[in-house]
Design a binder for this molecule. Structure first.
Ligand SMILES: [Zn+2]
Length: 255
């Protein structure tokens, strides 16, 4: 059984610590300090690192952690990331703390982006900056079509899958979602819940695939209310899901 614990980093990043007995893996350690503090406080040992993509706020701590621990660093095929010892591709699987994790390539936010999915006893998804609660990552390197395909992979996972993304962006995403999907009553209720949590500085993650399917406009591209609002925004009649995604991504970028 893996326990997943958020370690806060920078202003709104979470480094996820996967803990089983005294053994720990961390996902996307942009900063080594919160990881080292956590390990020292609990007398835990770092056994490995999982990386989702090359951005510095996800990789900046690799060097300091591997200076102290001789451990495997799993990540995408990208020689811009220093310190990867095990390169991973679509459909590879790795065994972490006695759980099998399957690898998905999910380009869009960046071209090298991968996600880690365990469907054995616990259904856990570590999706970096691809799927956020209520939103998706900005398209820095990939195309809307790539992001669409990546999100299709993730939305087809078991609905009880817990979604661990890297940033506390939920409230800001929902500020936008309630505009683009203004007839979604479930979303409005969830938005109130999230605002109340954030007022108390509480975490809004993990989410679940089930919840995202009801609140996340980037997974609801067949919703007539979203298509109509996006069509009005773009002043064209949107038909294809990928065009709706492209439109609401651009809308959100300037929101
Ligand atoms: Zn990123």
């Amino acid at each position: 059984m893996i326990e997943v614990i958020p370690l806060k980093a920078f202003t709104d990043n979470y480094i996820w610590a996967l803990v089983s007995k005294e053994s720990v893996y961390v996902v996307d350690p942009g900063d080594a300090d919160p990881v080292l503090e956590f390990l020292d406080e609990n007398n835990f040992t770092l056994e490995g690192i999982l990386i989702t993509h090359h951005h510095f706020d996800h990789t900046g701590g690799i060097k300091n952690l591997t200076n102290r621990y001789d451990i495997p660093v799993y990540g995408p095929v990208n020689n811009r990331i220093e310190g990867i010892t095990h390169e991973l591709k679509e459909n590879n699987s790795i065994s972490i703390l006695n759980e099998e994790f399957k690898i998905f390539e999910v380009p869009g936010h960046t071209l090298d982006h991968i996600a880690y999915y365990s469907e054995s006893s616990q259904k856990l998804l570590f999706c970096g900056d691809t799927l956020f609660s209520g939103g998706c990552g900005r398209l820095f390197e990939g195309t809307p079509a790539q992001m669409y395909d990546s999100l299709q992979k993730l939305k087809s996972l078991s609905s009880e899958t817990l979604v661990y993304c890297t940033h506390e962006y939920t409230e800001s995403n929902l500020n936008f979602a309630v505009v683009v999907n203004n007839e979604n009553e479930f979303l409005k209720d969830y938005y109130s819940e999230v605002k109340a949590k954030r007022k108390k500085d509480e975490i809004t993650l993990p989410s679940s695939i089930k919840k995202e399917l009801s609140i996340n406009p980037f997974l609801r591209l067949t919703d007539k209310n979203i298509i109509s609002n996006a069509s009005n925004f773009a002043s064209i009649n949107l038909v294809k899901e990928v065009d709706t995604l492209k439109t609401i991504r651009e809308w959100k970028d300037n929101f």
